[in-house]
Ligand binder design. Structure first.
Ligand SMILES: Cc1cc2nc3c(=O)[nH]c(=O)nc-3n(C[C@H](O)[C@H](O)[C@H](O)COP(=O)(O)OP(=O)(O)OC[C@H]3O[C@@H](n4cnc5c(N)ncnc54)[C@H](O)[C@@H]3O)c2cc1C
Length: 416
């Protein structure tokens, strides 16, 4: 075990619970019901309430206690995959549309945090995607060219110029100015929910929805825990990875380990400090939290451990402990000039990936009254913001070209 580290989720450990919400104690009616208690449901609740719809948000656990509280809080065009990978998978036009939507989502979240009483630790940052591996270098040079010709403010980092900027080996990298940001995702989800409440949304936590009854043509009935019901015209399922049960789309899940240090005063050998994403396998993500700690995540456990049969047979704990040690070792080897690195928190949580790395947002052809927002992967927070805007547009019948990019029925999911 990493010496003296606490095995606790970082964001919920350093923050007290900002607010508690009731569970449902009676049957209720509304126009729009949003199932979920994470950042996707919260942003949807805010948008729909702001637009004047009678909105209810209902989550199975306390607000923010799903994947949202375990997210690193990094937001960037570099998240899930390189732009060049997305171009190869879905074509240049669609890929650049997705990148544009992510940049817009980042701007919108920045604006939102600027208007909240709490800025949620939001901080604009530069973003580095790099490889230490010679065989990935030409791919990142192509990434640089793509960014350059799409007017993204990017520098090429090479073996020759990396040493002045970083203390770890870089064969090639793209350094994009202001292309990312850091946030405290737990404070953010609470700030959004509080704002949604102020806009008239009704918020319930600790209330699971067991079933959506579609038998009546005029309304849906959400059957909830404790035998309560929500009668609504329209429902959005934004239940994190549980959304998969309704809409499908997850290609694979993985357990991701995270290690967080005590606060540090100085970050020599780390230009920025910027957000850092490694290219290739295994992927590692690094950031600096609003209170100046290093957070390093990655080294997903092999998928065999995600198999319920094997995970019953194998004890996961030693696997995670080994991963924490490896992450700490990696951190120390990347930043030998940073003194007094002490690990304070370690934890493991589950993330998912769709086949093309994009979220699944929208309705299925079989029912116009239910929409889905499955926003997972390293860009989940930005996708949540995009989902909230696109779903509102769709509900209001506004034509939206971008919706097709994420539609549950998209046929082009992978070109080859
Ligand atoms: C280790 C890790 C690091 C990550 N880092 C980042 C990052 O740096 N940047 C980034 O953008 N993304 C990151 N992500 C992804 C990000 O956390 C998620 O994409 C995002 O939080 C998803 O939010 P959500 O609201 O959709 O889901 P969740 O936060 O999981 O919320 C789902 C909610 O639905 C509720 N629910 C489930 N079933 C029901 C039901 N039947 N009835 C009612 N409610 C239900 C749950 O109680 C929960 O409240 C990371 C994920 C992991 C695991």
């Amino acid at each position: 075990m990493v010496v003296n580290a606490k095995e606790q989720v970082f964001w919920t450990s350093i923050n007290s619970v900002p607010a508690q919400y009731p569970w449902i104690t009676e049957n209720i009616e509304c126009e729009v019901a949003i199932i979920g208690g994470g950042i996707t449901a919260a942003l949807c609740a805010l948008r729909f309430a702001q637009a004047g719809y009678d909105t209810v948000m209902v989550g199975a656990s306390p607000i923010g206690f799903g994947a949202t509280s375990t997210a690193s809080g990094m937001m960037s065009i570099d998240g899930e995959q390189a732009i060049a990978s997305l171009v190869d998978e879905i074509g240049a036009d669609r890929a650049m549309m997705a990148v544009g939507l992510k940049s817009q989502a980042l701007d919108n979240i920045e604006k939102m945090c600027g208007e909240f009483d709490d800025n949620c630790g939001f901080k604009r940052m530069d973003s580095l995607r790099y490889t230490p591996d010679a065989k990935n270098a030409s791919f990142l040079r192509r990434e640089y060219s793509l960014r350059l010709h799409n007017k993204i403010d990017t520098e090429l980092i090479t073996k020759l110029n990396s040493a002045e900027q970083f203390t770890f080996p870089i064969e090639a990298g793209v350094y994009s100015k202001g292309a990312g940001a850091q946030i405290d995702p737990y404070r953010f989800v609470h700030a959004v929910v509080s704002k949604a409440l102020g806009e008239g949304a009704r918020i319930y936590e600790n209330t699971a929805v067991h079933n959506i009854d579609k038998d009546n043509r005029d309304y849906l009935i959400l059957e909830c825990q404790r035998e309560r019901q929500i009668r609504c015209k329209y429902a959005i399922v934004a239940a994190g990875l549980e959304t998969e049960e309704y809409v499908k789309g997850i290609d694979r899940t993985a357990s991701i380990c995270t290690v967080v240090t005590e606060p540090l005063s100085d970050f020599p050998g780390w230009r920025g400090p910027c957000l850092i994403y490694s290219e290739g396998s295994p992927m590692v993500f690094l950031t600096v939290t609003p209170d100046n700690r290093i957070m390093i995540s990655g080294l997903a456990n092999p998928s065999v451990l995600e198999n319920p049969y094997f995970s019953r047979l194998l004890d996961m704990i030693p696997v995670s402990e080994r991963r924490y040690e490896q992450l700490e070792k990696k951190l120390r080897s990347m930043f030998p000039a940073i003194r007094n690195i002490t690990v304070e928190y370690v934890y493991t949580s589950r993330n998912g990936r769709t086949e093309d790395g994009l979220p699944v947002i929208g309705k299925k052809p079989d029912d116009e009254r239910i929409a889905y927002a499955l926003c997972c992967g390293a860009d989940g927070i930005l996708y949540s913001e995009i989902a909230s805007r696109l779903l509102l547009d769709q509900y209001e019948g506004k034509a939206n070209r971008e919706m097709g990019l994420f539609s549950p029925g998209r046929e082009w999911r992978v070109l080859h």
